[in-house]
Design a protein around this ligand. Structure first.
Ligand SMILES: *[C@@H]1O[C@H](CO)[C@@H](O)[C@H](O)[C@H]1NC(C)=O
Ligand SMILES: *[C@@H]1O[C@H](CO)[C@@H](O)[C@H](O)[C@H]1NC(C)=O
Ligand SMILES: *[C@@H]1O[C@H](CO)[C@@H](O)[C@H](O)[C@H]1NC(C)=O
Ligand SMILES: *[C@@H]1O[C@H](CO)[C@@H](O)[C@H](O)[C@H]1NC(C)=O
Length: 810
């Protein structure tokens, strides 16, 4: 039965065709590139697949290939894998050793052996062995654009430039391993295509190679030497062209030191700038700038010349006698060697050569051994006026150096500035006679009387000498007439001798007063003026004296009064309606002269006071300009009381107008103020109208009555310069019209403002000062009594200060 079934099947297959193995891909020869994986599948083309058994792959030596659990197969790099309807031969990485015949076998219906073979051939695919995608020929040299390709069978290589075929011949030569460019130029830049073809396999592969022709660095025009100045900072350029852009380094030639890491030096790698800070003289020398890029490097030597600033090496004070020649040598170093000139301080410079003043010559000589310039200032026929400071100026490109020395002009003694020609003494009064000799060097002084030198034993107890020179004083106590007379002061220094005479004279009291004139007489006072004595006795009159008595009394009971010279000679406290005798004397340091110039006067009877004298500066028209628009300070001198004390002042002021040469009261009302004390000499008129004339009358009063009025016409200022204004307008004309009182007020106010400013600074900075004190006080007492008492002009700034003070943070 079973046999029959098989038969029937065979029969069926016979009908369909013979059972057959099929390998896919189906080509009997498989030509494959190495290094790739490959898969061959084997299946049986039959209806009833169950009849197929033992489906196997055999390798080139006939061995059955196992699946990937079979060690041997895995080591051989080859294995099988079941797949639907067949068995796959898998070579994960094809190698040349895998080439050969592989056979797939199977049994059909246990009897029929089926087999099918496939030949695997390997080839080597196109491989870029050495064909970098970017290549850089160097300008003007031959370059082979590398393109080494391998394949098996061997490939053919051809070249395209920027997509076009490179024609044969010319500068491009195709070689087996590349394209040779003869003498590359920048025009050779571009994309080259290296194309490989394997005819046998039909394989084609391209590689694009970017070619950029590099240029080695080349220096641009550049100074071969650079000058820099000591102690400064300087930059030295180095610039080269090249492709790619070069980088730079700087090398000091003498030490081979790379300056990139050196102290004080810095190198800009990409710009080539070398910067030297705090240049020293040792930096002088040759430096190499090296520019490097992929195409090569270039070097350039730069000489750096360091200029050394001038220095004055020696220049000394000198001392020289008048008439001689002075030479002031000044040596200076520096590179390049400096030029040396001179200047007398405050005058022009003396350049090299002769000067306008033909006594003066400046020379420069070089001392090559010491690397110095020696400048010499020569002044012949030295005068005393040549004494002074002389500046030596050394100059070169790096700057200048200065030094002063003193030229001392020596000269023989001179008494030109000793004013004392005579001296006075009297009655054992010690006196000093002094002489001062000018000279360089200092003179020594000796004193002489006639031929006798006053030293040692010739100076007795009554003459003492102070100082040997250039200042010397003789203190003389003239106990005797013989001490009076001529003294000779003798000054000597190495350059000469000078003599000076001083006459010591004896002083006497002044002679008689020639005349005493009566100037003013009131009931109780009398004022004199004097015509002085004919001779003052050798010394100035210092005082005048009066001796006076009532007519009926004796001179023994007389009273005296003395006045310093030039004071008001007023005698007070006399009795009205009384006759007095007066006599006078003058006094100098020696003493009083005799009483002389007698006078007698009868005092007037008691009366109302004298007219008070108003103190003011009136303008040309007799009008006093008030610096303020609303007030005026009236001041006056206390008048003589004429025998009864002043008990009151009365002040009347009225607005007035000038009509027909007279000051006429306008319809406005007059004001009157009474001051019930005699102590007053000032009064402030308030609430005045601006730009208005006022006539002021001041009367003094005593028991007997009012004096005649002292009068003044004032004009208030225009505008608003009020009591509170600190800054009255002081124009040229108005300034002249300011009363002394007003000026004092302004000055006081200004000082006060300054004081407050200073104090405010103290307050702010130190929390100290007067203001601080005042603020504390003001905070303490609420009453404004203090304010009220303060002077009018002072009041305002104080308030301000108070305000300021409270704003300040504590
Ligand atoms: C040179 O003279 C000046 C002025 O007399 C003096 O100040 C200075 O010290 C002197 N210099 C020397 C080196 O003597
Ligand atoms: C004289 O000069 C000396 C020294 O300067 C001084 O001590 C003395 O007081 C002077 N005498 C008189 C009277 O000026
Ligand atoms: C010369 O005299 C003056 C004035 O007395 C004095 O200051 C100065 O030191 C003196 N000079 C010398 C060199 O003695
Ligand atoms: C006034 O002066 C004379 C002489 O100078 C003197 O003797 C006399 O004592 C003086 N009398 C009075 C009161 O000072």
């Amino acid at each position: 039965m079973r046999f029959i079934t098989v038969r029937r099947c065979l029969l069926a297959e016979l009908v369909l065709g013979t059972p057959e193995l099929k390998i896919l891909p189906s080509q009997p020869i498989q030509n494959r590139p190495i290094s790739q994986s490959m898969l061959l599948s084997c299946r049986v083309e039959v209806e009833n697949k169950n009849l197929v058994t033992s489906l196997q792959w055999h390798d080139t030596s006939g061995r059955v290939i196992g699946d990937n659990s079979d060690r041997y197969s895995v080591e051989a790099g080859i294995h099988t894998e079941h797949m639907p309807g067949g068995l796959a031969l898998i070579i994960p990485m094809l190698q040349e050793r895998h080439a050969g015949n592989y056979t797939c076998t199977a049994k059909y219906a246990n009897t029929e052996l089926l087999a099918k073979s496939v030949l695997i051939k390997t080839f080597v695919a196109i491989t870029w062995e050495d064909a970098p995608e970017e290549q850089y020929p160097i300008l003007n040299s031959d370059y082979k654009v590398r393109c080494k390709v391998t394949a098996n069978p061997a490939p053919m290589v051809d070249w395209l430039q920027n997509g076009e075929q490179i024609p044969p011949g010319g500068r491009y030569i195709v070689e087996t391993d590349g394209l040779l460019i003869v003498k590359a130029t920048e025009a050779d830049d571009g994309t080259y295509t290296c194309r490989a073809i394997v005819i046998e396999t039909g394989e084609l592969s391209e590689r694009n190679i970017r070619v950029e022709v590099h240029t080695p660095p080349a220096f641009e025009k550049m100074d071969s030497s650079v000058t820099v100045v000591e102690a400064n900072t300087a930059s030295v350029m180095c610039k080269a062209s090249g492709k790619p852009l070069p980088t730079y380094s700087w090398i000091k030639s003498s030490t081979r030191e790379d300056l990139a890491t050196a102290d004080r030096f810095s190198v800009e790698k990409h710009t080539g700038v070398l910067t030297i800070r705090d240049i020293s003289k040792d930096d002088d020398g040759e430096y190499k700038c090296v520019a490097t890029n992929a195409a090569g490097k270039a070097e350039r030597v730069v000489k750096i010349n360091v200029i050394l600033k001038p220095r004055i090496v020696t220049y000394k004070n000198i001392s020289i006698a008048t008439g001689k020649e002075a030479k002031l040598p000044c040596s200076a170093s520096g590179r390049p060697l400096p030029t040396v000139t001179f200047r007398k301080l405050t005058s022009d410079r003396f350049v090299v050569g002769p000067q306008q003043d033909d006594r003066i010559v400046v020379e420069n000589t070089r001392d090559d051994e010491r690397h110095e310039t020696i400048g010499t200032l020569s002044i012949s026929n030295i005068l005393r006026t040549d004494d002074g400071l002389y500046e030596c100026i050394a100059t070169n490109e790096g700057g200048e150096a200065l030094k002063n020395v003193h030229l001392t002009v020596e000269f023989k003694p001179s008494f030109a500035n000793t004013p004392m020609r005579e001296a006075w003494s009297w009655q054992n009064n010690p006196v000093n006679i002094t002489c001062l000799a000018e000279s360089i060097p200092n003179a020594t002084i000796t004193w002489h009387r006639g031929d006798i030198e006053l030293n040692g034993r010739y100076i007795d107890n009554n003459i003492r000498k102070f100082g040997e020179g250039p200042l010397s004083t003789l203190q003389i106590l003239p106990i005797d007439r013989k001490y009076y007379g001529q003294y000779t002061c003798k000054a000597a220094n190495p350059l000469g001798v000078a003599l000076h005479e001083i006459n010591l004279k004896e002083a006497r009291p002044p002679s008689n007063v020639l005349q005493a004139k009566l100037e003013v007489i009131t009931a109780t006072t009398i004022t004199f003026s004097f015509v002085g004595p004919a001779e003052n006795g050798g010394l100035p009159v210092r005082k005048y004296a009066v001796q006076y008595k009532e007519e009926r009394k004796d001179w023994r009971d007389a009273r005296n009064k003395t006045w310093p010279v030039d004071s008001p000679y007023i005698l007070e406290g006399l009795e009205p309606q009384t006759t007095y005798n007066f006599r006078f004397a003058a006094q100098n340091d020696v003493g009083f002269g005799n009483w002389a110039a007698p006078e007698h006067h009868t005092m007037p009877k008691r009366s109302y006071p004298e007219e008070p004298h108003i103190l003011s500066n009136s303008g040309e028209d007799g009008v006093v300009m008030s610096p303020y628009s609303d007030h005026y300070e009236l001041t006056w001198k206390i008048p003589a009381d004429n025998g009864e004390p002043i008990d009151q002042y009365s002040i009347k002021y009225c607005p007035v107008k000038h009509v027909d040469g007279h000051w006429t009261e306008t319809e406005y009302q007059c004001y009157t103020s009474d001051l019930s004390s005699a102590e007053h000499t000032a009064f402030v008129l308030r609430a005045l109208t601006a730009d208005t004339h006022y006539k002021i009358e001041l009367r003094a009063h005593n028991k007997i009555g009012f004096s005649t009025p002292g009068e003044v016409v004032i004009k208030t200022a225009r505008g608003k310069y009020t009591l509170k204004s600190l800054d009255p307008p002081v124009s040229a004309t108005e300034g002249a019209a300011l009363s002394s009182g007003a000026i004092v007020s302004i000055v006081v106010a200004s000082l006060f403002v300054i004081l407050i400013f200073v104090d405010l600074s103290c307050y702010v900075v130190n929390q100290a000062g007067l203001l601080m004190l005042i603020c504390e006080k003001m905070r303490g007492s609420k009453t404004s009594d203090e304010d009220a008492k303060l002077g009018s002009d002072e009041k305002e700034p104080l308030k301000d200060a108070g305000k300021e003070a409270t704003i300040q943070p504590r």
